[in-house]
Design a protein around this ligand. Structure first.
Ligand code: HEC
Length: 132
């Protein structure tokens, strides 16, 4: 019984250590990648509901972009790093909302354009990150 307790506790400690090793921003980024994959996949199957739930997941990953100090990962000569990051988050949210609007109006073409715009927002930041 005692051994079981110790095993349980060490498992709990180990898993919390593992969870702490991945910073919140990385976790959110993985959520967003996952969401983008879901949206794309659902799009190929004409599954508009799947695309919409992908958008909800995508938006749930945006918080770190607003709360993390962008000066910590963007180059020193990046003017207004935090403004830049927050603008990217805003644009992603805007295109995500637009994507849902396009789906409501049965415009899959427009939804695809929004999806592409979101991808561009992701890469516009990633190409600037130091020590990537
Ligand atoms: C304003 C900047 C910014 C934007 C916009 C941005 N990212 Fe990131 N992304 C980061 C930073 C910073 C990291 C962490 C880099 C590192 O490892 O130090 C990161 C890392 C990632 C990773 C790797 C995470 C890991 O550790 O496994 C993925 C995947 C990712 N981003 C996906 C996305 C997707 C998808 C979008 C768009 C929907 C996006 N990112 C938009 C800044 C950004």
């Amino acid at each position: 019984m005692k051994i079981l307790k110790i095993a349980t506790i060490s498992l709990l400690v180990a898993s919390s250590l593992l969870a702490n090793q991945v910073p919140q921003i990385s976790q959110d980024m993985r959520t967003m990648l996952n969401a983008m994959e879901s949206i794309q996949r659902a799009g190929f199957y004409n599954d508009t509901e799947g695309m919409k739930s992908g958008v909800v997941k995508l938006k749930s990953g945006l918080q770190s972009l607003i709360t993390t100090d962008a000066k910590s990962y963007l180059p020193d000569d990046q003017a207004y790093a935090n403004k830049f990051a927050q603008k990217r988050a805003k644009m992603i949210e805007m295109y995500a909302n637009d994507l849902v609007e396009s789906l409501k109006n049965n415009k899959l073409d427009d939804a695809l354009v929004d999806y592409t715009q979101i991808l561009k927002e992701c890469t516009s930041c990633h190409t600037r990150i130091r020590n990537w």
